[in-house]
Design a protein around this ligand. Structure first.
Ligand SMILES: N[C@@H](CCC(=O)N[C@@H](CS)C(=O)NCC(=O)O)C(=O)O
Ligand code: FES
Length: 124
């Protein structure tokens, strides 16, 4: 389901905020998650069921996971999981993401990101 848990995150000396920023600009959908969290599983399932690839960062598997949660707190105002970013922007936790989906707004955000990336490729 989905793609890999990050292997590089948490290992470099770069500040967590910068590592997070790099991850969300490289991937259209990023879910900061914990392996034990049912809300997180539900969020992954939502994207999986829409056939959308997502990047998962399992914070409880990172050596410095709590520092990443602190960084997410600075960036989003909460250190809870899941914290979900689409097209480089924080869209909310599990509840917010399901609401966006119900309102029909989630997939357009993902498609905006795909479009942006395919345009970029045309100019390479
Ligand atoms: N309404 C929020 C609830 C988020 C929440 O309460 N998350 C809990 C786990 S389900 C949490 O992060 N607890 C603190 C922690 O794990 O560090 C959402 O939908 O994302
Ligand atoms: S649902 Fe319990 S930890 Fe997230």
């Amino acid at each position: 389901m989905g793609n890999s848990t990050s292997s590089s995150l948490g290992k470099s000396a770069t500040a967590p905020v910068n590592q997070i920023q790099e991850t969300i600009s490289d991937n259209c959908v990023v879910i900061f998650s914990k392996t034990s969290c049912t809300y997180c599983t539900m969020a992954k399932k939502l994207f999986h069921d829409m056939n959308v690839n997502y990047k998962v960062v399992e914070l409880d598997m990172l050596e410095h996971g709590s520092q990443f949660q602190d960084a997410l707190y600075k960036m989003t105002g909460e250190r809870t999981v899941p914290r979900i970013f689409v097209n480089g922007t924080f869209i909310g936790g599990a509840t917010d993401t399901h609401r966006l989906h119900k309102e029909g707004k989630l997939l357009p955000l993902v498609h905006q990101c795909y479009l942006k990336k395919s345009k970029r490729k045309e100019f390479q």
